[in-house]
Design a protein around this ligand. Structure first.
Ligand code: ZN
Length: 148
């Protein structure tokens, strides 16, 4: 996922997908099958390969840079909050009580959203590690037992 986000930061363009035979299309040029919920080549109806695809949930994939979808002002506030947390300096001159109330309100929202994302990432990492342990166990079971 983090790799996906890195790639997305470099993606400034419209979502694009390619058909092996007919080349690249912008998402608005693609055919969309509402029953299957899938995009396909407008020329041959074949499968397309997305330039950028970030699967977020089971049936939900983002085809454009998710960072682009964040409001620039919200992005600015997030950067201020993370910067302030990281280096331990308040954004406005003075002490805690000199900070405008709106800063604390914004900070609470940003930090609580961050905590949710961190929890999700931790859960996913645990699931992945459990899954790989299970595979390991299965591999061990399949190995024929040595006869002494
Ligand atoms: Zn095609």
């Amino acid at each position: 996922m983090e790799k996906g986000l890195d790639r997305s930061r470099q993606c400034q363009e419209e979502p694009q997908a390619a058909c092996e035979q007919h080349g690249w299309f912008i998402h608005t040029e693609l055919a969309f099958d509402e029953e299957k919920g899938m995009y396909s080549c407008p020329n041959c109806g074949g499968q397309v390969r997305w330039k950028f695809a970030l699967p977020l949930w089971k049936n939900y994939t983002v085809f454009s840079c998710p960072v682009q979808q964040i409001d620039p002002e919200a992005m600015f506030i997030m950067r201020i909050v993370f910067w302030s947390e990281e280096i331990g300096i308040l954004p406005f001159a003075g002490g805690l009580l000199d900070q405008p109330n709106i800063y604390f309100e914004a900070r609470n929202i940003v930090m609580s959203e961050k905590a949710i994302v961190m929890d999700e990432m931790r859960e996913n990492a645990e699931k992945k590690s459990k899954a790989s342990h299970q595979q390991h166990d299965i591999a061990n079971q399949r190995r024929p037992r040595q006869r002494g």
